[in-house]
Design a protein around this ligand. Structure first.
Ligand SMILES: Nc1nc2c(c(=O)[nH]1)N[C@H]1C(S)=C(S)[C@@H](COP(=O)(O)OP(=O)(O)OC[C@H]3O[C@@H](n4cnc5c(=O)[nH]c(N)nc54)[C@H](O)[C@@H]3O)O[C@H]1N2
Ligand SMILES: Nc1nc2c(c(=O)[nH]1)N[C@H]1C(S)=C(S)[C@@H](COP(=O)(O)OP(=O)(O)OC[C@H]3O[C@@H](n4cnc5c(=O)[nH]c(N)nc54)[C@H](O)[C@@H]3O)O[C@H]1N2
Ligand SMILES: [Mo]
Length: 767
């Protein structure tokens, strides 16, 4: 029997008419050309363009409209008719814009011309592309190789990304951190350690065969809404869904399919989660341990009663190591400790364990709720532990499913954007381009930011993104970002990182993926890789926002050509003229992953580049999949203390990372503001507050730095006691750069230790 899961906050189910209203509101905000609607109908289909929003895969048998509310918003936001031209700067200085909200900055529209900051007037001014490339080259060539960082934020296609990584290595370093360093780097490092593969093992067909889905800290309703379609199908065939999340996320409770006319007209909802467990932030290790404990105990009983074993003993023996130590620890851990650390009852964990045991094929899904913790990699390993107990990995219908963020975040890593040299086929690069690639590992994001802080990093090239807003310690970041010798930002829209200009600061505007990319040999396509390791071609068809725009690939090649010594092996102009030539280089560098690349570009659903763990080949040092014995029961780096809360930084349904589309978080019933802190009623009372009070959040790290965010309104929300929530990116000011996953250095954004300071009573109390 499925639980009744009331959600007191949501204004309706996920999907449904609310999602159409959500799309329509962006249409009004950004007023795109009518042709933008035609673009939507081609989104995520062979021959169309691949969504610029998340990395959820594209099915072979696509729907009439293979896009979701947020994919549509992202497309319409890109295809806005608003333009931020060089004239914009006649009316505004950079300093003045620092008071603007993220939403208002991006709403100025698409950037149209290359710009250079002029400190004298405190404005950006138009420059030609040649002036920009030469100006950048001049500063780059005056700097020490190690002091430059080549950042990218998972947007750019595989072709531009391959050349970008090549540019960094030819320049002389491996400083190629990426947005995944703030995101699923925990997966890359954590999964690699336990299954010898840095990516999830599940493919589309597995979704269609799974009997149960266990969700840990991933919110498909907002962040990967097309996932709700296969989930709805799964529910219809009787699959079970068990969710662990401190917040009652509407997308995991119920869904009305906006693409199904009958569902829409009748309002017929599909209940998604059969059980919903509001685990404490950081409490998943204990929760998963509890499920494992139940599984072991049921297995013990089966042995005594001579019934079929519950554990997949054959799998465990043949394929894994570390089982005995893990099980000893599970047995030795008391239920009382598990209950205390997870905030969940033994009875509830046993109930979820029964679903796990009752399902033949189980998929474990997770997102930022597991990865963005001090022990994020251990969280990931716990999901794998659970799956392995019944051999739920590397076989049909089962596996591990991290849901990636940016549309090409995984693919950029595949083609060389990586700070770790062991991931790069260096000998191939030497052979192809006749140079000795640098051998020292490059920086992660955390190390790059610390390098900015200690002055060892002096320049940042950003292929997309808004790093200043995305990282912890934002106040200090604003100071050090502006102290750099050079910042080059390849961008589509204005954002806060542009407003703290370095000594030399360029904004280089690029095409969006939905736009026509015409080069010397004709219109070009680009490719991206989704969360399931499938690679799809993407063709833009919209007229570019400005004639002066260049593609990301052309910009990378332009910087490279101006900066690096010429060589007959470096054919920047030819590569820019024909992206197919770059795909040949990629295929040569990564022959197994990209076989027949150019021929398979438009295969429906994309072509699969394969994954060893999917075939039960474990590329770990032990050549086995590894059971990990946790040395603790929560993923925090701090202890509980009186008045200390765990602050989760969350995304609304109306944003894509630092791009804020609007102020409607309808799934959580929050409208018109993002300046809120969500708390449960008991915590509000215990803090001597009432709903509506204004408070200041103050970070509670024991490093002596005061980090505060004032002017937040207290909102009552169904949350576990001690766990509170506020929005990302606003709350980044409260996090510390040293607060990150121990193994992967992913910033720990889901449990920031904070205290509350009351800032004055609300009217309701005064009245
Ligand atoms: N519309 C939209 N789509 C997006 C994005 C966006 O901003 N907007 N961002 C894209 C990117 S880059 C990424 S990485 C993904 C992110 O997508 P998700 O991985 O879904 O990330 P979040 O929304 O940050 O957090 C997910 C959930 O974790 C829960 N959570 C927090 N702490 C814990 C915990 O300790 N334990 C458990 N079990 N749960 C916890 C939160 O309540 C939240 O529901 O989405 C991508 N897609
Ligand atoms: N506290 C907290 N911090 C977090 C997170 C969190 O959950 N909590 N999440 C983290 C995660 S998962 C991520 S991925 C990072 C995101 O960090 P980033 O990837 O750095 O940030 P975005 O907001 O995705 O970048 C938005 C900017 O990218 C540019 N852009 C948009 N489309 C394109 C394009 O097609 N090409 C190019 N070149 N530029 C484009 C626009 O100028 C836009 O302003 O933030 C991380 N920070
Ligand atoms: Mo992300």
């Amino acid at each position: 029997m499925a639980d009744q899961i009331p959600n007191p906050e949501a204004e309706g189910p996920s999907g449904g008419w609310g999602s159409l209203k959500g799309i329509a509101s962006i249409y009004g905000e950004s007023w795109p050309t009518p042709a933008a609607l035609e673009t939507l109908s081609r989104q995520n289909k062979p021959g169309g363009f691949m969504c610029v929003s998340c990395a959820w895969p594209k099915p072979v048998n696509y729907h009439p409209f293979e896009f979701c509310e947020n994919g549509a918003k992202a497309t319409l936001w890109d295809l806005t008719s608003h333009r931020c031209t060089p004239d914009f700067w006649n009316g505004h200085t950079v300093s003045e814009l620092r008071d603007w909200k993220d939403h208002d900055l991006e709403k100025t529209g698409r950037l149209t011309h290359p710009l250079l900051y002029n400190a004298g007037t405190d404005r950006y001014v138009e420059v030609t592309w040649d002036e920009a490339f030469e100006g950048i080259a001049k500063v780059l060539n005056s700097l020490e190789k190690e002091s430059v960082v080549f950042y990218s934020s998972g947007h750019a296609g595989l072709e531009a990304s391959y050349l970008y990584a090549l540019l960094a290595r030819l320049f002389g370093n491996n400083n190629l951190p990426q947005s995944s360093n703030m995101c699923h780097e925990t997966t890359s490092v954590g999964l690699m350690k336990v299954i010898g593969s840095p990516v999830g093992t599940v493919v589309w067909e597995d979704l269609e065969k799974a009997d149960a889905f266990f969700f840990f800290g991933q919110n498909p309703g907002s962040n990967s809404p097309r996932f709700l379609h296969p989930l709805q199908e799964a529910k219809k065939r009787g699959a079970r869904v068990v969710t662990f999340n401190p917040i009652l996320e509407q997308g995991l409770i119920s869904f009305v399919n906006p693409q199904n006319p009958i569902d829409m007209l009748t309002g017929r909802e599909t209940q998604i989660s059969d059980q919903y467990h509001q685990v404490k932030a950081g409490g998943d290790i204990a929760a998963i341990l509890g499920i494992c404990k139940h599984v072991i105990e049921v297995d013990d009983l089966a042995i005594v009663e001579g019934r079929e074993r519950v554990l997949d003993v054959a799998f465990i023996e043949e394929h894994t190591t570390g089982f005995d130590t893990f099980i000893d620890m599970v047995r030795a851990t008391a239920w009382s400790a598990i209950e205390h650390e997870s905030g969940l009852s033994e009875a509830d964990l046993r109930r979820s364990g029964d679903v796990y045991i009752g399902a033949k094929n189980v998929i474990g899904v997770y997102g930022m709720g597991l990865t963005q913790h001090s022990q994020g990699a251990l969280n990931v390993a716990m999901v794998v532990n659970l799956l392995m107990l019944r051999g739920n990995i590397g076989r049909e219908g089962a596996g591990c499913c991290p849901v990636r963020g940016h549309s090409n975040v995984q693919g950029q890593r595949t083609v060389g954007i990586a700070e770790k040299t062991k991931l790069i086929p260096m000998e191939k690069l030497t052979e192809l381009f006749d140079f000795d690639p640098p051998t020292k590992d490059g920086t992660t994001i955390v190390d790059a930011v610390k390098g900015l802080m200690d002055g060892s990093i002096k320049a940042f090239i950003s292929l997309g993104g808004n790093l200043l807003r995305a990282v912890p310690d934002q106040k200090e970041m604003e100071r050090v970002w502006a102290a750099q010798d050079l910042a080059v930002m390849v961008s589509t829209k204005l954002n806060r990182s542009h407003l703290f200009p370095a000594r030399t600061a360029y904004i280089l505007p690029c095409l969006s993926r939905a736009e026509i990319d015409t080069q010397a040999t004709g219109n070009q396509s680009v490719t991206t890789e989704d969360s399931f390791s499938h690679i799809s071609g993407s063709v833009g068809r919209r007229t570019p926002a400005s004639k002066a725009l260049k593609s990301e690939l052309a910009i990378v090649a332009g910087i490279a050509k101006a900066t690096l010594a010429p060589s007959p092996k470096l054919k920047w102009d030819e590569w820019t003229g024909d992206y197919g030539l770059v795909r040949e280089l990629i295929e040569y560098s990564y022959p197994k992953d990209f076989k027949d690349y150019n021929a398979r570009l438009f295969q429906p659903g994309g072509f699969y580049r394969g994954n060893s763990a999917h075939e039960r080949v474990w590329k770990t040092p032990e050549h086995k999949a590894v059971f990990t014995t946790p040395d603790r029961l929560n993923s925090l780096s701090f202890a509980d203390a009186d008045g200390r809360f765990r602050l989760m930084t969350i995304r609304s349904n109306d944003q894509f990372n630092t791009t804020i589309y609007g102020y409607s978080d309808r799934f959580r019933g929050i409208e018109g503001t993002r300046d809120v802190v969500l708390m449960c009623e008991a915590d509000i009372l215990a803090a001597g507050l009432v709903e509506g009070d204004s408070v200041t959040l103050v970070s509670d790290f024991e490093d002596g730095t005061r980090r505060e965010l004032a002017g937040l309104t207290v909102r009552r929300h169904a949350l576990p006691s001690g766990t509170i929530a506020g929005y990302y990116p606003e709350c980044n000011i409260l996090n510390a750069i040293d607060h990150h996953d121990e193994l992967s250095k992913t910033p720990a954004c889901k449990a920031i230790p904070v205290r509350l300071e009351a800032a004055g009573a609300s009217e309701s109390r005064a009245g």
